[in-house]
Design a binder for this molecule. Sequence first.
Ligand code: SF4
Length: 345
Amino acid sequence: MHSQTRKQFIKTIGITALSGFTPLWSYHRQRQMENLEKKDKASYLRLHQNGELKKRGKTLWAMMESCTLCPRMCRANRLKDERGICQANAQLEISSFSPHFGEEKPLVGRGGSGTIFLTNCSLKCVFCINWEISQGREGTVRSIEAFAEMMLTLQEMGCHNINVVTPTHYSPHILLALDLAASKGLHLPLVYNTCGWERVEILKFLDGIVDIYLPDFKYADEKMASKYSSGADTYVDLSKKALLEMHRQVGVAKPGKDGIMTRGLMIRHLVMPNKVSGTKEVISWIAENLPKNTYLNLISQYRPMYKARDYPEISRRITQQEYQDAVNWANEAGLTNLDIQGYYF
Ligand code: SF4
């Protein structure tokens, strides 16, 4: 840089600093320093250090020979390139990765949630908002090494966490990539962003690895689950068991002084039209079976996406009254940690 130009540059930086504006590079540096201070917060680091993280990843990987990783338990031999009901074989497919600013505020903060959208899904809802990725096979085959690099890139970009979306069928890949990334300095909390339809037997492999569980609790009626999620009539029963196990592992979600969540259970419930999602029953179950300060995001943004217009009772958005009823029920049930930020029509 020419000396006069450098002087001007330094002057500009000085003025910028004095004016109180934080330049982008400075912000990212600050976020990296904050993350380093929180380095001991990611629970998987201990299991990485003693070799357990890799061991569990390999155990889950072997299960793909006759796959039972999700409640479908379709026993596809993914290691021989068969695709299961979820459409996944053993190769990892990823749609995209980036800092995401549309997730819950305690996950987003200022740096965003480091979101990685995984292709395919075992639940197959007819109203899926991400159907191109979950059921349309949108994505690219990626190696475990590339997956680990994505995690490290998101950390470098200043994200507050690594948020794996629709993780169930790729749990082996997640653990192996996490182990590799941890060996290269990854230390952000892991967010397991799931439909909630999980086998407790598999969740136990994630104990001490996942920091934040972010499950949906979609239905209270197995007939609705079956009708709108491709015959998943065990959804209600298994999801309740899964929520109890997730809570046992990570406890109540409480943000730190900076407002950022680093650990805990954060439940999402999508309020659907015509009581399809059983909101009142969902709320009652949470209030009776989990602490009253369990984090619950009551989502109002239902839109009739994908095949939803083929089903008259879910072919419209919800009304303001339907959402207000949900909020009232949650208050009456005594739930104290409600996220109703999505209240707009
Ligand atoms: S994860 Fe996929 S392959 Fe495995 S049991 Fe579920 S649907 Fe079948």
